[in-house]
Design a protein around this ligand. Structure first.
Ligand SMILES: Nc1ncnc2c1ncn2[C@@H]1O[C@H](COP(=O)(O)OP(=O)(O)OP(=O)(O)O)[C@@H](O)[C@H]1O
Length: 243
């Protein structure tokens, strides 16, 4: 699309219906390289559905998503640019940490899967457990391995659905560091979290979803957000939804 050179992700008029219910109802977004959108909203607002549409993991009922000018879901080369991190570890429990991550690297066509695996395990501070079968790891460590697996191929669009669930303080810090590095390398991030402080810390932009629509969006000012003001705004929108 002309003029969209630095726009990594463009979503236009996305609608996704399940039966007669529209889980996502006319959402448009434009995200640049290195930008992080923090996405908030009450349960059932449509956040996960939107994330899956943005990653080309779900086909929209209407509208389209373009990643660097290529429609999603697109060819596998384009799909390889996407990494999804959720709070479900979805690892092979009998395989070791290294085997799980290397297998993902190989499936994603990474040239030197061994080196990439070691690098990402080091980044997530789980290299010392590389030869342990995943089933012997605590839930928090399993979550770090699942993050490593999602990042091993160096995705340019990283979709995060409540990724901090199950991480302790150290795990959360290590993970935040990894996300900052990703952003600095130019990856585009979309982060769903119910923790406003956490989301606003990483986000350059913040959006609130309600009933399938983005009802509020704002950019960070001077590199940050006014947390108390945003919390009050969020509560007023969500309480209005409950009333
Ligand atoms: N596969 C599906 N089939 C039918 N309905 C679905 C499906 N996936 C999602 N929905 C419905 O779409 C709506 C939005 O769900 P979604 O999971 O996107 O919300 P969410 O904002 O991520 O919620 P939460 O904060 O609870 O994770 C809900 O009403 C949900 O029941």
């Amino acid at each position: 699309m002309a003029g969209d050179g630095d726009i990594a992700l463009v979503a236009e008029g996305l609608v996704r219906a399940f039966g007669s219910r529209k889980a996502v109802n006319d959402v448009s977004l434009r995200l640049s390289d290195g930008e992080c959108l923090a996405l908030f909203g009450p349960n059932g607002a449509g956040k996960t559905t939107l994330l899956r549409l943005l990653g080309g993991l779900l086909r929209p009922t209407r509208g389209r998503t373009m990643l660097h000018g290529t429609p999603l879901p697109g060819p596998s080369a384009t799909r390889r640019l996407v990494g999804l991190i959720s709070h479900h570890a979805m690892l092979y429990p009998a395989l070791t940490v290294r085997e799980n991550v290397r297998f993902a690297a190989e499936c994603q066509g990474v040239m030197d899967a061994d080196t990439a695996t070691t690098r990402v395990l080091q980044q997530l501070r789980v290299l010392d457990r590389a030869e342990s079968p995943v089933r012997y790891l605590s839930r928090g460590l399993q979550q770090r391995v699942s993050i490593a697996r999602a990042l091993v191929h160096g995705p340019r669009l990283v979709l995060l659905d409540e990724p901090y669930t199950g991480l302790d303080e150290v795990g959360a810090l290590v993970f935040t560091g990894a996300l900052r590095e990703l952003k600095a390398s130019g990856a585009t991030l979309v982060l769903i979290t119910h923790n406003l402080a956490e989301g606003l810390m990483l986000g350059d932009r913040a959006a609130i979803m309600k009933d399938g629509q983005i009802v509020h969006e704002e950019h960070a000012v001077d590199g940050g957000f006014d947390l108390p003001r945003f919390q009050a705004l969020y509560r007023s929108l969500v309480h209005e939804a409950i009333a």
